[in-house]
Ligand binder design. Sequence first.
Ligand code: GUN
Length: 287
Amino acid sequence: MDGKIIDGKEISRQIKEEVGREVERLKQDGCTPGLAVILVGNDPASASYVGSKERTVKALGMHSEVIRMAEETSESELLGEIDRLNGDPAIHGILVQLPLPKQIDEQRIISAISPDKDVDGFHPINAGKLMAGLDAFVPCTPLGIMVMLERSGVSLKGKHAVVVGRSNIVGKPMSMLLLQQDATVTICHSKTADLPSVTKQADILVAAVGREGMINKEHVKDGAVVIDVGINRGEDGKLRGDVDFDAVLPVASKITPVPGGVGPMTIAMLMSNTLESARRAFKEGRC
Ligand code: GUN
């Protein structure tokens, strides 16, 4: 079993330690990286994610600003806040926690964030740059998965990677990153016919569907590396992934658990993207 379970918590701890050291170095040069997080409304899961982002930013010695706005906040009020942060030299990363209340157009908000401060990598400019193979902020979850694969010694060149899910946050950027590393990539989604026949071809299988336990033994080839992006809270209050872990464990060569797999990597990569943004600002005399 040793080495079979990819320990996202430990890899994320290493990344955060590395980022923390680099933050100290940049601070000695006179530039303190700053992250602003905007939370609109009262969703408890979002509030908990934002709280843990705030704690991590502070623990790594960075400047943290959290803006909590009421559920009934208008789109123009939120745009005004983003505009202010776009112009604030102490802020290098801006993250608007999703989902947003229904009166606010998510895409309009994402597009209002300066691409230079878009540490989520959701702005169409950054999405387009990733597609074109240019230097860009990359969404934190797929970026974290790439780091996990690399640090677990999984080679991608010439391998068949199957991504289940086509979201802008995970599925699409994940596919681009795997392609950049010379994997042969297939994207599956809710309309894919005979899903198991496709996923069974995967050397690397990434499940990002948001349905508890939907990937089971029938979907997985012997020896495949299985990455579970799902965070589903069951009726018993426990977190479970998109993969039926107990069923797939004997078949997979490596697998990520939930919790303690992909989840902790997302926040680590947000810290890394914020540091990178501050470094760029410093080089350009904007910090
Ligand atoms: N909601 C769930 N995941 C994320 C994320 O990675 N970024 C933002 N902004 N909101 C989210």
